[in-house]
Ligand binder design. Structure first.
Ligand code: G
Ligand code: G
Ligand code: MN
Length: 412
């Protein structure tokens, strides 16, 4: 630590924003929002004392960052950082990532701390109003929370605002905007390697904004309350192709549905069930993949929704299991049909740990009668591990990238 940082102290939220604005009046700054993603889960699993220890450790690490000039505690789990070197947002991302891996290496806790962080260049030629930048930092944080890595807000293009503008035009009942389409990634039977399923994934090559990653526009659509419109289109695109799936002997097709969709769109279940009835989708052929089980947990009627879907022949998958705050309780109480193990499990550095994790996934599935799929198979070695763990279904670049449906018809 150099002497210049010794005076850095934790500020309250308002004080942080006021002092940052004073700096911004003079010159551009870097601003970051950092959130401890899995703190609720840590508190619940390991007790509040452990949670407090995590918060203290993170706070100290942020205060000690080489570049930190101002550090504010906006809430107990949300921090703001201001730095005086606006020219190097990547450096700040690297510093925070490094601090996080130090925490996880040195702490010997029985879990990994997960941080989401959004970094923005607050350019004082563009605005000297701190609130202008706070909203953008919050968006970067939200996108980061989904991506599982630090995100820099691209203020030169103001891309997030432009995405907001385009998403604001979406209306239920309209057609998808130009360039929005769905591609399909194969799901294979682990034993035979035979393709028996698909997952539908949205792509958006916007004529004005270029190719946009769903990791960026999906969280913005969720925040704006328009995600249900996109999810309805995903289902329309998928169900209308069901005869093609039959021709390809595809038994099940997964469609990602945001948990927010169930919140915003009370008629969603009716909508899906009408589609299924009119399009001739087979019983059990359509699977809704739901990720943010934390949100689902808050929906009082989550089990009722799942049951309702199942009664109408629509299956449900818990997606990205093993990442973030997914809880075992959900699997036990929600009676879902599939468990999709997150690809990060296969990226664990220790081979023995990786095998053990996959085995746990397989065992949960076997004992609860849930079909288990492992995502992110990229190599023969990955596939061998999945086979050895006894996981029946697999998906990943090793078997195929997401492709338009025509691709499969041509290659049949
Ligand atoms: O496709 P990858 O292809 O980059 O998808 C990124 C993320 O976007 C994944 O978490 C995936 O679940 C999500 N996603 C992809 N398509 C859709 C969709 O149609 N609706 C919703 N809600 N999420 C989607
Ligand atoms: O969140 P969800 O599981 O729905 O998202 C699937 C995401 O994983 C998509 O972005 C898809 O493009 C990506 N994906 C699919 N197969 C692989 C793989 O083998 N490796 C990696 N890194 N990503 C993959
Ligand atoms: Mn998915």
């Amino acid at each position: 630590m150099t002497s210049s940082q010794n005076h850095v102290q934790i500020l309250g939220g308002d004080q942080f924003h006021n002092l940052a604005e004073q700096e911004l009046a003079k010159h551009s700054i870097l601003m970051a929002k950092v959130h401890i993603q899995n703190i609720a889960w840590i508190n619940a699993q390991f007790g509040n004392q452990m949670g407090d220890q995590v918060i203290t450790t993170v706070r100290k690490a942020l205060l000690n960052l080489e570049r930190s000039y101002l550090v504010g505690e906006i809430s107990p789990t949300l921090f703001g950082i201001a730095c005086l070197q606006p020219e190097d947002p990547n450096g700040l991302i690297a510093d925070i990532s490094h601090a996080l891996s130090e925490i996880n290496t040195n702490s010997h806790w029985p879990f990994l701390v997960e941080l989401a962080f959004g970094v923005i260049v607050a350019n004082n030629d563009v605005s000297k109003n701190i609130h202008h930048w706070i909203t953008r930092a919050n968006t970067a944080l939200m996108v980061s929370a989904r991506k599982g890595q630090g995100v820099i807000y691209d203020e030169s293009q103001d891309l997030f605002q432009k995405i907001r503008f385009e998403l604001g035009k979406l209306r239920v009942g309209d057609n998808p905007p130009e360039g929005m389409r769905w591609v399909y990634q194969p799901v294979v039977e682990t034993d035979s390697g035979k393709m028996i399923g698909f997952e539908a994934l949205v792509r958006w090559d916007s004529p004005t904004l270029g190719s946009l990653s769903p990791d960026v526009f999906i969280p913005i659509a969720e925040e704006m309350g328009v995600i249900h419109i996109i999810d309805r289109w995903a289902l329309m695109a998928t169900t209308s192709a069901c005869h093609t799936f039959d021709a390809l002997n595809i038994e099940s097709v997964g469609v990602n549905v945001s948990a927010k969709t169930f919140e915003h769109d009370r008629r969603f279940v009716d909508f899906v069930s009408n589609l299924v009835a009119t399009c001739g989708v087979n019983h059990g052929q359509l699977v809704l993949e739901i990720t943010e089980t934390a949100v689902l947990e808050n929906l009082l009627d989550a089990s009722a929704i799942v049951q309702d879907l199942k009664d109408r022949g629509i299956e449900v998958a818990i997606d990205d299991f093993g990442k973030g705050e997914t809880s075992l309780m959900n699997i036990a109480t929600l009676q879902v049909d599939y468990l999709k193990l997150d690809k990060s499990l296969l990226r664990l550095p220790n081979l023995a740990v990786k095998g053990a994790m996959l085995k746990i996934g397989a065992d949960i599935g076997a004992s609860l009668g849930v079909k288990v799929l492992c995502e992110g198979i990229e190599t023969q070695e990955d596939w061998d591990l999945v086979k050895a763990a006894g996981i029946p279904l697999a998906q990943g670049y090793f078997f195929g990238h997401p492709q338009p449906l025509e691709y499969y018809l041509k290659n049949e």
